[in-house]
Every structure is written in C-alpha cells, then in structure tokens.
Design a protein around this ligand. Structure first.
Ligand code: KG4
Ligand code: ZN
Length: 328
C-alpha cells in the first residue's frame, strides 16, 4: 500500500501544534507552540486569550512543521484536526485552518476526537501495539477508562463524575503554592515527601471515578494547617489518586480478561503513576513518551490516519464540538 502522509492540527486548549506523520506511526515532524507562559499569569487557561494566540501562530507553526519534515503541501495526502472536546474558540481556529487547507489542496479532511488522539499517542511510541487493549486516559480535562476494541471502536467502561484527575493535580498545586500548570510540579515535590497523610478515596460500584472529594480534603487540610508539610501532602495526594486509578484498571482487566493496558493524556507523564502501573502483576503496561503525553498534533495525525483508512472522513461542514463524546 502507498504511504499515507497526514498533516495533523491540534488547537483544543493552550497548545498550537502541527505535525506530519507517516502511516499513523512514524513522526516526521511535531511542532508544538505552548501558551503556558502567557496563561501562567492568570493561574489557568483564559479561553479568549487562547483563541487569539492560536490565530497568531498557526500559520507559522504549520510552515515550521513542513520545513522540519523537508516537505511542501504537495506531499500531504490527508489533513486532520481536533474538532472536540475543548474550548470552542480554540478548536475553531484549528478546524477552520484544516478546512481551508483541505479545500485548497483538494485532499481529504478528517475531524478527530481529542481523546482518541491521546489514545493514538501509544501507537507512535509502540509500533507493534494493536487493539484490543484497555486505555486509561488521564488528562487535564478527562478521566476515562476505555476498552479499545479496534482503532476506531471504543467502549467507555468508566469516567469521572466530577473533576478530571489533572484538574485535581492543578488545584492541589495551586493550593500548596506551586502555580500553574501544577501536575509536573506536584510530581517533583512529591518525590521528597512521605505519603503519611490520610486522604479519602472514592469508589463506585461501577468503574467511574470522582476526584472532587480528595481535592476538597487537600484544600481543607492546607487551610486548617498552613504549616503542613507540602511535600508530604503532595505525596499523599498522588498515592491516593493512584490507588484509585490502579484499582479500577485492575478491576477492568479482570472483568474483560485483558492484560494489556495503555496510559494516555498529560497526567500519564506522572512518574509515580507510571511506576505504580508498571508494578501491576501480569499486566502489559504501555505509556507514550513524555512529549506525546501532553497535547500535541502527532497524536492527532495518528488518529487521523486510522479514521481515514477506515473510511471515516469529514466534509467542509465540519464544526467545533466543545463537548464531543468519545465514540460519536
Ligand atoms: O493532556 P493534556 O496536555 O491536556 C488535556 O487534554 O487536558 O493534560 C494536561 C494535564 C494538566 O492538568 C497537567 O497538570 C497534567 O496534565 N500533567 C501532569 C504531569 N504532567 C502534566 N500531572 C501529573 N504529573 C505530571 N508529571
Ligand atoms: Zn489533551
């Protein structure tokens, strides 16, 4: 079969990224322009500022992706972009740009679900990984335990009923004074702490998650004891949330009799979480390289490829869907 070169675009939150990926697995270029430095001043992502930043840089980022790949638009076979879930104004920039490219180049267009992109990051890191397997998507906006039946066929086994796990990491970081984005900072500080503080773990009779209870518990503890050891608090928080995601994942593995599990999303960069999953007996554990865990367009290009070869393309009526669900 002829090689398929995909140009992928990601703009759902605070990263403008354009990547060129061959046959869904081989990254030729992956340019990421992060807005973290701008949003840092506000303690979180400001949607309007995010949209404006995407518009300002998307053309440059695309040119750079082509340059690094030593390619021109003529080499592109398919254009893919994230069309949800995410911030509507931010998504619209990538969607409009992708539609314009697809129309001008007369090449197929594929709208990709951002969560599907996170899952696909594993296909880039592990060239032999094939469905079926389980995937735990843990990011700033999502906490999903999914049965990947096939490349474009998903069954959600459990999801958060309130906050995403990454939101909890970011909130804990803010409360203990670490700033935004908190996940990597909690990860680092927790290494010098001892998990000696008792925090609540929430379980349901299905595989759903809840992280608002633990978030509030950390908030209250810190408020009542301003001198509490922050490193111990971070270590205890990490231990508690990890215990919950590991327990639910193990339950799912048992119920479905599947021993392959992949992690995905920004929080899967967490060193304690990675280590804990590696220690699950008889499990085959996968997680993407760090740069592919957080938002990037290479993962979107990979998901674009699998949609394209399965005949799932979009037309120029494609629109941003901020609350898009996986499997829709
Ligand atoms: O996947 P992502 O870039 O964006 C979403 O789709 O939401 O995930 C961002 C989230 C943030 O909450 C960030 O704090 C968290 O991933 N994160 C981490 C780590 N690196 C990023 N959380 C814990 N430990 C890390 N090392
Ligand atoms: Zn993401």
């Amino acid at each position: 079969m002829k090689d398929v070169i995909v140009l992928g675009i990601e703009s759902s939150c605070d990263e403008t990224s354009v990547a060129i990926v061959k046959n869904g697995r081989e990254v030729i270029s992956n340019v990421i322009n992060s807005q973290i430095k701008i949003h840092e001043n506000y303690g979180g992502v400001v949607p309007e500022i995010a949209s404006r930043c995407h518009i300002e840089v998307i053309n440059q980022v695309t040119k750079e992706a082509l340059k690094q790949a030593n390619m021109t638009f003529a080499d592109i076979d398919v254009v893919g972009c994230t069309y949800g879930p995410g911030l509507v104004g931010a998504l619209l920039v990538g969607v409009s740009y992708a539609k314009a490219l697809s129309f001008a180049l007369n090449k197929p267009l594929v709208g990709v679900n951002h969560i599907e992109g996170h899952i696909a990051a594993n296909y880039i890191t592990f060239k032999d990984l094939k469905p079926p397997f389980l995937c735990l998507i843990i990011s700033g906006g999502h906490t999903h335990l999914v049965h990947i039946k096939d490349y474009t066929d998903f069954e959600i086994l459990g999801k958060t009923r309130d906050d995403a796990i990454g939101e909890a990491f970011d909130k804990v970081a803010r409360v203990v004074g670490l700033g935004y984005p908190g996940g990597p900072k909690v990860d680092k500080l927790a290494k010098s702490g001892t998990p000696n503080i008792d925090l609540p773990r929430t379980y349901f009779d299905n595989l759903d998650f809840s992280f608002s209870g633990i978030k509030t518990a950390v908030l209250n503890l810190n408020h009542k004891n301003p001198n509490i050891n922050k490193a111990d608090l971070c270590a205890s928080f990490e231990k508690a949330v990890t215990e919950v995601i590991v327990t639910n994942s193990m339950k799912a593995m048992k119920e479905l009799n599947i021993n392959k599990i992949a992690l995905a999303g920004g929080v899967s960069a967490n060193s304690y979480i990675r280590e804990s999953f590696k220690n699950i007996k008889n499990a085959e554990v996968y997680y993407p390289e760090i740069t592919l865990c957080t938002d990037n367009a290479a993962m979107i290009a990979s998901a674009t490829y699998y949609n394209y070869i399965n005949g799932k393309t979009s037309d120029l009526t494609l629109n941003a869907v901020p609350n898009l669900k996986l499997g829709e």
